[in-house]
Design a protein around this ligand. Structure first.
Ligand code: DGL
Length: 270
């Protein structure tokens, strides 16, 4: 198999990363994807760094065994602690893209972004990784962060675009400095599903950064640079693995991916 025709491996704690998989399919329709959701261990946002690193290493090995030509960490919590480690410890011979770096680079370059908000899991927000990386690129930017741990399970349970989601979103966004921002980073791959509700919350128009789209573009640039972009349409099926299969996950997965998909169980942690 030529390098260009090999699949792209994408992983997340569960099914939220399917928003990134969807953006990758839209941006790179010729690419085959192998998605891996660690539904046994989700949410990662409440786990220790040690645990997340262990899971991320094992999943990356699985994706490399599937002959993936690039790995995308479609989870902020995992990107927070695991991206450097995977490169160093596994000595990857394939590129690894995380959701944080391309997002931070985009915001740091933006002429409009001055007062920036970040919402994400406890892990992502408490790590301070967005603030550190933003500061290193542009010291003038101000970042207001808020952990919003109820949002991912809320979305996964199908609670969005309704009164309950509006109440929770309102409660989080109104209880902090997030009222005065001009830009908001969606620091969790579940959140593109509530982007329009967040837009509606703000009276003034703000720029909402959806890292799934930014990551898909960064992946395209990387594959182009390395001359491993698939120029021909692939005929193979995309594959979607989870560590724990339930019909509930499969139903929710469709919400995130926007089309019907079949999940396969792979018990790599047994
Ligand atoms: N999708 C994960 C992220 O982007 C959030 C869910 C979790 O905590 O596992 O951080």
């Amino acid at each position: 198999m030529s390098d260009a025709s090999r699949p792209i491996g994408i992983f997340d704690s569960g099914i939220g990363g399917l928003t990134v998989a969807k953006a990758i399919k839209e941006t790179l329709p010729n690419e085959q994807i192998v998605y891996f959701g660690d539904t046994v261990h989700m949410p990662y946002g409440d786990k220790s760094s040690h645990a997340i690193k262990t899971y991320a290493k094992r999943i990356t090995k699985f994706l490399l065994n599937q002959n993936c030509k690039a790995i995308v960490i479609a989870c902020n919590s995992a990107s927070t602690v695991a991206s450097n480690l995977l490169d160093k410890e596994l000595k990857l011979s394939v590129p690894i893209i995380n959701v944080i770096d391309p997002t931070v680079e985009l915001v740091a370059k933006s002429k409009k972004a001055k007062f920036i908000g970040l919402i994400g899991t406890k892990k992502t927000v408490s790590s301070g990784v967005y603030a550190k990386r933003l500061k290193s690129l542009n010291a003038n930017l101000k970042l207001y962060s808020k952990a919003t741990p109820l949002l991912a399970p809320m979305i996964e349970e199908g609670y969005f675009n309704n009164n309950i989601s509006r109440t929770i979103i309102h409660s989080y966004l109104s209880s902090s400095h997030l009222g005065t921002i001009d830009t908001l980073i969606l620091g969790c791959t579940h959140y593109p599903l509530i982007k329009s509700e967040i837009e509606q919350y703000y009276a003034q128009p703000i720029h909402i950064i959806d890292s799934s789209i930014v990551t898909a573009r960064a992946l395209k640039n990387k594959l182009t640079k390395l001359h491993i972009l698939n120029k021909e349409a692939h005929t193979k099926n995309d594959l979607f693995y989870v560590t724990d299969y339930t019909t509930g996950f499969e139903k929710a997965a469709q919400l995130f991916f926007g089309e019907e998909i079949k999940l396969k169980e792979s018990r790599i942690f047994d």
